[in-house]
Ligand binder design. Structure first.
Ligand code: NAD
Length: 249
């Protein structure tokens, strides 16, 4: 498919998992990618993979929780690729705890990266997306839709991402922007591979977050990202799509 030829797209969290798969998929559909992350080596691997397939990508180190780095990252996408057509906010972190054990530090980290990071990227990108009548895709989670055990801070941050998505969709819809979210569940990635169960957790509670089909690779989400930023998603705004193998059906 060539739905995104010459489109300039900024992807955060592009060094691993869903962000990397999305950057590769968007580039394969013709987009020029600004791949950003805090992981330099992972970013380089993503960009090499895109270049090897004949695509266009360049890397930009950016901590999404740092306003100055966020502004520089958005500017880089605009300067390098002549504007900005879409922003995919995919960077995120998860730390599992029993609710009563969540430290203020963990709470703050989840909120800073998952929620404030999404806010900062959106705010920096919006003036450019107004010019192109562009699109934003925010990576939320099924944790933001209903109870996910041992994920108090993470779930709160992802619920915030959904609320932010709806608000922006309403404020900017008339100007031709589309702002949507995806709620993945049970996707194999760095996040799920490094998941550590909290000591003393009732593991039976985790059955409710397991998909009916078993885990799927990040490419299962990347195709939905591509649809939402393309003309195929032209009448979708302020929506979330569950990509969770039926977990929350
Ligand atoms: N894997 C799943 O089942 C699942 C389910 C629901 C939601 N998600 C969401 O999908 C997104 C991608 O996660 P993934 O599963 O691919 O995990 P991942 O760990 O493979 O990728 C996350 C990426 O975010 C980057 N990152 C972390 N902190 C950052 C920061 N401060 N600034 C910039 N980049 C930062 C990491 O370096 C990493 O490359 C996350 O927002 C996550 O919450 C994943």
């Amino acid at each position: 498919m060539e739905r995104l030829v010459e489109k300039s797209i900024l992807v955060t969290g592009a060094a691993s998992g869903i962000g990397r798969a999305s950057a590769i998929r968007l580039a394969a559909e013709g987009a020029k990618i600004l791949a950003s992350d805090v992981d330099e080596a992972g970013l380089a691997a993503t960009c090499e993979s895109i270049s090897a397939d004949g695509g266009t990508a360049s890397a930009m180190i950016c901590n999404v929780a740092d306003p100055e780095q966020v502004d520089a990252c958005v500017d880089a996408a605009v300067q390098r690729h002549g504007g900005l057509d879409a922003l995919c906010n995919i960077a995120g972190v998860l730390h599992a705890d029993i609710a009563s054990d969540v430290s203020l530090e963990t709470w703050q980290r989840m909120i800073d990266i998952n929620l404030t990071g999404t806010f900062l990227m959106c705010q920096a990108a919006l003036p450019h997306l107004v010019e192109t009548k562009g699109a934003i895709v925010n990576m939320a989670s099924i944790a933001g839709l209903s109870g996910q055990p041992f994920s108090l801070a993470y779930a709160a941050s992802k619920g915030g991402v959904l609320a932010l998505t709806y608000t922006l969709a309403v404020e900017y819809g008339k100007r031709g922007l589309r702002i949507n979210a995806i709620c993945p569940g049970d996707i194999t990635s760095g996040m799920t591979e490094n998941f550590v169960f909290p000591e003393g957790a009732d593991l039976k509670l985790l059955y409710r977050v397991m998909s009916l089909t078993g885990a799927r690779p990040p490419e299962a989400v990347a195709g939905v990202v591509a649809m939402l930023v393309s003309e195929d998603g032209i009448h979708i705004n302020g929506e979330y799509i569950r990509v969770d193998g039926g977990t929350r059906a």
